[in-house]
Design a protein around this ligand. Structure first.
Ligand code: HEC
Ligand code: HEC
Length: 507
């Protein structure tokens, strides 16, 4: 609310970030793991006094420099450019707290670039020992970059003691720093191995190639296996809410975890086959291993991002750039009055829809597109009426932890509901006339956000009237995701009748 929102209704800022981040994460981890990989290969070639192997290492080094220096730098700038535009509030907060972390990272980055160039251009010209040392300087500075950025990124997920002390060091050495650093280090070795197999698949058959294929596949297998304990450690230090999202409360994370599992299995199996039969490392096989590596990284990063919901910085700032400690005052004084980048301050009947749109842009668009493929609000809210939405929005965070609380007045919640139900979904926007509620309305107001009427044919098929009535007293016990129903006993009776009716009657 202190910054303008870059509004691309059908794409969504999250998609943009995901797109650039995945490319950058891939390249930047490769830059770290590749360093270690080159040193290891070079040593191996020296040990065996094998010219052909050394030639391959040199070719690797050239490709490596091109990829990491050119592509890595472009995507590295790109990611800051995009994140700063999509979430200026979050980035500004991080810069204010960690500017020296970044400064240190830039120093290592410069060192990394210099070492990489020296390494490549002196290949075969410098004495062996010194050349390997240059390789080490490269690897260590690249790893230091990883270390420093990881501290800041994981602060966003687990701010830990920073929440009390607000100091640089407590924020940096946050609970998930070490599991994450180790996990990422092996992830970077995995990238190196995957890359080795892929590039080698284009090389002509030779004894040197065969050795390197075997060696690269070992990097793939061992890295994946070593990533597992650190992934478990990582999950174990998450705050309760994030943990429960990761352990199954978030439907998207559940799918992502399956992707992670299957790609890891595929990576290990194919890696093992290639190790036993290096000839098998054809283009398509190495491509599948490459994709498996890509999916492992992608699903890990996705899970880490999604586990932070509804925050961009856990317990501090929500994804929509509203600070947690601002919500109460926004609820009582009104969002539109305090926000800097809105045009409407007072809601009237005429501007209600427009006001709702502005609120949507500032509070919901961070995670919902309008008509896009990613979390489309039209799709999500299609079964809800205007009144149902208005009520839902007011308790949105209570019903669904992964969405931020609504930061605005009752009137503003209604304007938002009017925008979604009226403007986007073309439904009638009308205040309910009387307080007397029939079953259908009670259902719409309390259940329609998660259930369709048709669901109940299956959900309560065969249930007796008593069972349904009793269930309404303890919905939260029936399923973790369901909020308790807070209606009066009379309303519960009415709803029971209605539910039985829509399920095809008591049996
Ligand atoms: C931090 C991200 C985030 C923000 C911000 C957010 N949502 Fe959501 N919302 C989600 C996710 C994720 C889902 C889908 C969950 C699923 O896959 O079932 C969802 C689902 C929904 C649904 C479908 C019903 C339900 O409970 O699943 C509605 C309606 C909805 N959101 C409305 C809103 C409105 C209105 C706002 C703004 C006040 C908002 N959301 C802000 C993440 C968010
Ligand atoms: C925030 C989402 C949410 C809301 C709101 C919600 N439910 Fe559910 N409910 C669920 C989920 C998830 C399940 C699990 C079954 C499924 O996949 O539908 C469920 C299951 C049920 C079941 C079957 C329970 C069982 O043990 O088999 C009943 C009955 C039910 N809901 C009734 C209701 C009624 C009545 C309301 C409104 C007062 C309601 N629910 C509101 C999410 C919700």
């Amino acid at each position: 609310m202190n910054y303008p929102v870059w509004f691309l209704p059908a794409i969504g800022g999250g998609t943009l970030i995901a797109f650039i981040a995945i490319v950058h994460v891939f390249v930047s981890h490769f830059a770290v793991g590749g360093g270690a990989f080159l040193i290891a290969l070079e040593k191996k070639a020296y040990k065996e006094e094998n010219k052909e192997m050394l030639e391959i290492v040199k070719r690797f080094a050239r490709f490596f420099i091109l990829l990491t220096m050119v592509f890595g730098s472009i995507t590295g700038v790109g990611i800051w450019f995009i994140t700063a535009l999509v979430n200026p509030g979050g980035i500004s907060f991080l810069i204010h707290n960690f500017v020296f972390g970044w400064a240190a990272e830039w120093v290592f980055f410069v060192l990394e670039i210099i070492a990489a160039f020296v390494y490549y251009y002196t290949f075969g010209k410098m004495d062996r020992k010194t050349h390997l040392k240059v390789g080490w300087i490269y690897f260590i500075s690249a790893w230091m970059s990883l270390f420093l950025i990881t501290g800041i990124i994981d602060f966003m997920l687990t701010p830990g003691k920073w929440l009390e002390s607000h100091t640089f060091w407590t924020g940096f050495f946050n609970p998930s720093l070490f599991p994450s650093v180790f996990f990422r280090t092996f992830m970077s070795f995995l990238m190196a191995g995957v890359f080795g197999l892929f590039v080698l698949s284009f090389y002509e058959k030779s004894a040197a190639k065969e050795k390197f294929v075997k060696y690269s596949s070992l990097w793939v297998i061992i890295s994946i296996i070593l990533m597992i304990p650190f992934a478990l450690w990582y999950v174990s230090v998450l705050p309760v809410e994030a943990k429960s999202l990761v352990m199954g409360k978030s439907p998207t994370i559940v799918i992502t975890k399956q992707v992670l599992t299957y790609s890891s299995i595929a990576g290990i199996l194919l890696g093992a086959i290639v190790y036993l039969k290096p000839d098998f490392n054809k283009f398509f096989v190495s491509l599948i291993i490459f994709l498996a590596g890509f999916l492992i990284i992608g699903s890990f990063e996705w899970t880490r991002e999604a586990a932070r919901r509804p925050y961009v910085i856990n317990k501090v700032m929500y994804s929509n750039m509203i600070f947690e400690n601002e919500v109460e005052s926004l609820k009582s004084e009104g969002f539109l009055k305090k926000a800097k980048w809105v045009s409407i301050r007072n809601i009237t009947d005429e501007n209600k829809i427009q006001a709702g749109k502005e609120i949507f842009i500032h509070q919901c668009y961070a995670c919902h597109t309008i008509g896009g493929f990613n979390n489309d609000i039209k799709e999500r809210a299609k079964s809800m009426s205007y009144t149902a939405l208005a009520r839902y929005i007011e308790k949105i965070h209570k019903v669904r932890y992964f969405m931020p609380p609504f930061a605005g007045t009752k009137e503003e919640a209604k304007a938002l509901a009017a925008f979604i139900a009226g403007d986007l979904l073309g439904k009638e926007v009308k205040e309910p006339e009387s307080q007397k509620l029939d079953g259908k309305t009670i259902f719409e107001n309390n259940c329609s956000s998660c259930h369709e009427v048709e669901d109940f044919e299956d959900l309560i098929s065969g249930w007796s009237k008593e069972k349904v009535r009793k269930a309404l007293d303890m919905l939260d016990k029936l399923n973790e995701e369901m909020p308790p129903f807070e209606g009066t006993p009379k309303e519960k009776d009415t709803l029971t009748e209605y539910l039985l009716k829509i399920s095809g009657g008591e049996k």
